[in-house]
Design a protein around this ligand. Structure first.
Ligand code: GLC
Length: 422
């Protein structure tokens, strides 16, 4: 009689032969773009190779809607969330609920990631968030339309505004009534904090709060940046941009209805995927600058993976994040979905560079990316960011002048910063 052993049976035998028993590890996967499928494939590949199981929870598409859910689960010390996908700005907020991975991972594993991403995952000496992919705000543009109108890729916001208007007018006259010049994230949420910190940073107006914790947002350069953005609404950007997040702005661009789009790198993956209408027509560049000599200031949006302190499956959970942020999996995600590796060796990998030709062009954007003030404000970051994006949204919606709104914002932030300490 022939014996046939399937992979699951083999894995089962290996476990039986003395390893820890099989576990079901629950994790959160994002649901933006192709992310859910990619995350699920990775987690399932780990489950198969390790003989464990995974239970996948879908995060809301807007990440900041996931944070209250995490906070609820973690403060109840729930064992239902073993592995958490972490936005770089949540690490300070959630650190007390996360396992210190220094004790769990080999030093070489940690050292393989860019030092800046390891630093972002470290709070008070504890390494609580393993880097998974790195990201920054980028400018996507219709290469074909810029060529058609003989326009160069804009280097300043003023150039972008002018080019967006010229192409929009030309295309509308040619019959594309739905064409807009520029789409971005103007909804009142964390994504607007990113867009707005980019405008402000690129005018040399700082990062809301500086590294020492001083409130710096009430300044003329910041007001100039917000006034410019306000001018886009109903001019080169639809009124509806005030309710756009990443996915809705991507939708407008990929439907062929926008010349420029501000978004994260994953849009390379979605727009250049098989059979997509814009294949070969999209370029990627770092965001324009406001003032001469200022930096392009893309918002830093690195994603990390952490393990809850309350997990009942510590070994398996650590093994899962090690697999998911390991070299092979980061390479697969880079090629399949344009998620930028945090493992430096992959930037010399020929297959990665072939799949992501924009990596070379976007290097300035990565080098000049600007961090939101989450490290310095720690557990107050959420309130700081909310105050900021609400104030910015008010300016964009025409409810207040920029200078006046920033003055009020600075006073509100001062109240959040009780007694001179965040
Ligand atoms: C992306 C970024 C994240 C940011 C969010 C805002 O997911 O990775 O850092 O907070 O967008 O919507």
């Amino acid at each position: 009689m022939k014996h046939f052993l399937g992979a699951a049976a083999v894995a089962g035998m290996l476990l039986w032969a003395g390893q820890a028993s099989a576990a079901t590890v629950s994790l959160f996967c994002s649901s933006s773009g192709a992310e859910y499928e990619l995350c699920k494939q990775g987690a399932e590949a780990w489950a198969k190779s390790s003989g464990n199981e995974v239970k996948i929870n879908k995060m809301p598409a807007a990440w900041d809607e996931a944070l209250p859910l995490y906070q609820q689960l973690l403060s109840a010390q729930s064992a239902d969330a073993d592995v958490l996908l972490l936005d770089v700005v949540w690490i300070g907020l959630l650190q007390n609920h996360l396992l210190d991975l220094n004790a769990e991972l080999p030093k070489e594993d940690i050292a393989a990631h860019f030092a800046s991403t390891v630093a972002a995952g470290t709070v008070e000496g504890k390494f609580v968030a393993l880097p998974w992919y790195t990201d920054t705000g980028l400018m996507f543009y219709r290469k074909d339309l810029l060529e058609k109108y003989g326009k160069p890729v804009p280097k300043t916001w003023a150039e972008l505004t002018e080019t967006a208007k010229a192409v929009q007018d030309g295309e509308r006259a040619a019959g594309n009534k739905d064409m807009w010049g520029y789409v971005w994230q103007g909804k009142s949420y964390e994504g607007l904090t990113c867009d707005a910190i980019e405008w402000v940073g690129s005018f040399g107006g700082g990062t809301i709060i500086d590294e020492k914790g001083n409130i710096t947002i009430d300044n003329a350069k910041a007001a100039e940046a917000l006034t410019l953005a306000k001018g886009w609404v109903n001019n080169i950007s639809p009124q509806g941009v005030l309710n756009y997040d990443e996915e809705s702005s991507r939708g407008a661009f990929e439907a062929g209805n926008a010349v420029f789009l501000r978004n994260w790198a994953y849009v390379w993956g979605t727009s250049q995927g098989k059979d997509q209408p814009l294949v070969g027509k999209v370029g990627v560049a770092s965001l324009p600058v406001g003032a001469q000599g200022a930096k392009s200031s893309g918002c830093m949006g690195t994603a990390h993976l952490g393990v809850s302190k309350y997990t009942k499956n510590k070994e398996a959970a650590v093994s899962l994040i090690r697999f998911m942020s390991g070299l092979d999996e980061q390479k697969r995600r880079a090629i399949a979905g344009a998620y930028n590796p945090t493992i430096s060796a992959l930037y010399d990998d020929a297959e990665v560079l072939k799949a992501l030709p924009f990596l070379k062009d976007a290097q300035t954007a990565f080098a000049e990316s600007v961090a939101r003030p989450s490290a310095v404000t720690g557990s107050s970051y959420n309130r700081v960011s909310q105050a900021f994006y609400k104030a910015v949204h008010g300016v964009l919606a025409g409810e207040a002048e920029a200078a006046e709104a920033l003055k009020t914002l600075a006073a509100d932030l001062d109240k959040i910063k009780q007694r001179g300490k965040w």
